[in-house]
Design a protein around this ligand. Structure first.
Ligand SMILES: Cc1cc2nc3c(=O)[nH]c(=O)nc-3n(C[C@H](O)[C@H](O)[C@H](O)COP(=O)(O)OP(=O)(O)OC[C@H]3O[C@@H](n4cnc5c(N)ncnc54)[C@H](O)[C@@H]3O)c2cc1C
Length: 460
């Protein structure tokens, strides 16, 4: 590795930036991380973003690689499936995987970020610089511009390789676009989100089933809830900005209460701070960022949400960003730390997969808010898990490929389409598992799918 290339500057000490700092430190790089916000380990901060996240195999794999998984698992709450809440207060459970080994984990975003930062700083050569805002980059001069938020002083850094992990609104990405190095689109959803809380009961216990991701699907909108270690749930309401119902029409405490009473009657008594949460917490925006290339001549690259922000409905944004780090590390191994060629190969490997998970995440919004309440969809889910048991070498449900396997997202998307078609054929006119012709299933599967092991490969 040449001495110059060992100097890496990361913009953003969020989830991806903090993890990447660890990966790079382990390679012997000197890493300076410039973060706009203050050190969250010193200040209590809640920027209104989701305070817990669903962690799945791509994320756990990366955390295991950097040696943090056991630590994070102490905080993680396994969620074995979806608990669907009806408007009549009824609820039903749908397992995510084939057995209890296939679960996703609810993890505190802040705690995960804090522990990644602390791990990064424990390595010689990693320095975190807080309240340093990146304002842009001059790619010809290879100079990156910052403002010190504490003093207002502007300054530049030169001659380092920059990796921008500064999230969906990346300043470096915008600079790349302005300089004509890349073209990106940002497609915003008509829906936004708002975080609400279900606190623990008086004894500190969970007020809903702990080991589930709760969903109140209501076709054009939905409420979800993920458990926290203190017995509370963080709820997220996904709703259109405009229209009725919409965030803009829920403009008084009475309207908010009436809406929740009508649509989520069993949740209402569990939310004593509903109105306060609703009007204190910001309404978040949701969108998909796509574009290319992600790097400029070995001088700068985009990683994580900065390169490919997606909507949160598959719970994969962070998992995908973590996988970016894993694959970059593998690619640097392969290219003997030739950064320019490695970054080029890495972006080619990741682009199709980032596009695929962006599409899958948008499709999953419809599944979560709508299909999970449809008996035919539920039958297809059951049949999918049964086919996995009977034909494990060929059929792995799409959700499982994305969440429990490190199958490339593009393969999961492509095999998922074929499998969906097979499921539709098999379940036509059926109402129960007993109605399914599994001999026909075997023929359809082996005719149309290659053995899973041939395509599941590494997560590139
Ligand atoms: C409601 C919601 C729910 C989600 N749920 C899940 C989930 O369950 N599972 C999952 O895997 N993903 C989930 N995600 C996605 C996940 O939050 C993101 O994919 C993940 O945070 C991306 O990490 P990142 O490090 O790339 O970006 P970020 O986490 O956004 O970090 C970017 C960092 O850069 C800093 N920064 C920004 N601009 C500058 C600048 N100009 N200069 C210096 N620093 C800067 C920021 O302060 C921040 O620290 C969810 C997202 C949302 C909105």
């Amino acid at each position: 590795m040449s001495e110059q290339k060992k100097q890496i500057l990361l913009v953003g000490a969020g989830l991806a930036g903090s993890l990447l700092a660890v990966y790079l430190a382990k390679r012997g790089c000197t890493v300076d991380v410039f973060e706009r916000r203050a050190d969250m380990r010193l200040e209590e901060m809640n920027a209104g973003r989701s305070i817990n996240l669903a962690l799945s195999v791509r994320g756990t794999h990366a955390l295991a690689e950097v040696g943090l998984l056991d630590d994070i698992m102490q905080l993680a709450i396994p969620m074995r499936g979806r608990m669907i809440h009806g408007t009549d207060g009824s609820h039903s459970f749908q397992p995510y995987g084939k057995d209890d080994s296939e679960v996703i984990y609810s993890v505190s975003r802040g705690e995960l970020n804090r522990r990644l930062m602390t791990l990064a700083e424990s390595h010689d050569g990693v320095r975190l610089h807080f309240r340093q805002r990146c304002d842009g980059m001059d790619f010809t001069q290879r100079s990156i511009l910052f403002t010190d938020e504490a003093t207002g002083r502007s300054y530049e850094r030169r001659g380092v390789t920059v990796i921008a992990t500064d999230g969906a609104g990346s300043a470096v990405r915008q600079a790349m676009e302005r300089a004509g190095h890349a073209h990106f689109t940002q497609d915003m959803l008509a829906h936004g989100y708002k975080e609400l809380t279900i606190p623990p009961d008086d004894g500190g216990h969970f007020r809903l089933e702990k080991n589930a991701l709760h969903i109140w699907p209501r076709h054009s909108f939905m409420l979800i809830a993920l458990p926290n270690p203190d017995g509370s749930f963080t709820c997220t309401l996904f709703l259109q900005h405009d229209g009725d119902p919409g965030f803009s029409s829920l403009d008084t405490p009475d309207r908010v209460r009436a809406f929740v009473a009508l649509e989520f009657p069993d949740a209402l008594p569990l939310m004593p701070t509903l109105e306060e949460d609703f009007f204190t917490n910001p309404t978040g925006l949701l969108g998909t960022v796509r574009g290319y290339p992600w790097h400029v001549d070995g001088a700068a690259a985009l990683l994580g949400d900065a390169a490919h922000a997606i909507v949160p409905f598959f719970g994969q944004g962070m998992n995908c960003a973590f996988e970016d780090c894993t694959v970059l590390d593998e690619t640097l191994d392969e290219f003997g730390d030739d950064w320019n060629h490695a970054l080029h190969a890495w972006q080619e490997r990741r682009k199709a997969n980032a596009d695929a998970i962006a599409d899958l995440a948008l499709e999953n919004f419809i599944e979560m808010r709508d299909s999970v309440a449809d008996p035919h969809f539920l039958l297809m889910k059951k049949v999918g898990l049964e086919l996995e048991k009977r034909f494990p070498e060929y059929f792995i449900p799409k959700y499982s490929m994305v969440t429990f396997h490190r199958t490339p997202y593009s393969v999961a998307k492509q095999r998922g389409r074929i499998q969906q078609d097979i499921l539709e054929k098999l379940t036509r006119g059926a109402t129960d598992l007993a109605d399914i012709d599994f001999t026909r299933a075997g023929t359809l599967i082996t005719d149309r799918l290659r053995p899973y092991a041939e395509e599941s490969g590494s997560a590139r």
